[in-house]
Design a binder for this molecule. Sequence first.
Ligand SMILES: [Zn+2]
Length: 307
Amino acid sequence: MVRLSTALVALALGAASTFASPLSSDSQDANLAVRRSEAFNNLSPGVRAYLETLDPRDYEIDIPDEAELQRRQVTKDNGVIYNCKKGRVAVTYDDGPYKYHELLNQKWSDAGQQVTFFVNGYNYDCAYDEPWVTYLRHSVAAGHLLASHSWSHPHLTQLTDAEIDEQVNLMETMLLKTVGVVPKYFRCPYGEYDANVISRLQNKHGLTVVQWSDDIGDADGVSAAKQRATYNSYTSGQRHLILNHETHKSASHTVADTAIARFKNQGIKSQTVHDCIGASGSPYKVKATPGKRDSTWTCAGTPSPSS
Ligand SMILES: [Zn+2]
């Protein structure tokens, strides 16, 4: 359990209440209070510290509704997402931000479709640096979804609970300061998890863990032709949650072009993971005004890249 200062709780609850529906009974009041408290407790210490510096009008904390809480209750320890709802498709890109990120922002935006980026804080480069901050902001502005892929891409099953928490905390703080969002969705590096990892991510941090239904194989050396063939096999009405890596040139160039052309031909539209699973509420735990670059925008002293 996280200990909070009274002032900080009041601040957070005040901000949240401006987005809550009007209450009509004491029991609804009590339920809302529980939901607010859970939503706040799910936030990283770094996120809470940053929000304390903002005017409450400059941020909003997503409070899960009853349906969302029930979904989590039912799937509390194994509610990992593997696919979209029937007939829906979500294209996802892991391991960025990387030099092809902006190209993917543009390609999918130009096609009128949204994708999800499962990004790292410190993998190929430090996400606090430019041009990554600008690219990540462009993703959100274009309606794409930013989700967490851990800070430094470690094998989570080999970490202590405190180290798992650090991976989440560093990501949440970085994305809040730079872009103004705290992700609600998380993909484990290498897709590796166990019961403890899931419990930590979903119960302590209020995250939804997302795997995939289809892997185009870019990270495993599958040829670009074969990657394109995967997309060209998709037909209207199917559901797919597709793993790609933005760090691979083929996936970010010709394969993305093929996917967009095929989707257009078949009347398929890639949605964000949040939309493709039919989730309610905001796709982010928090949305806020981003900060201004300062000395805390650094990867120095944090866990270094593992892959
Ligand atoms: Zn990865």
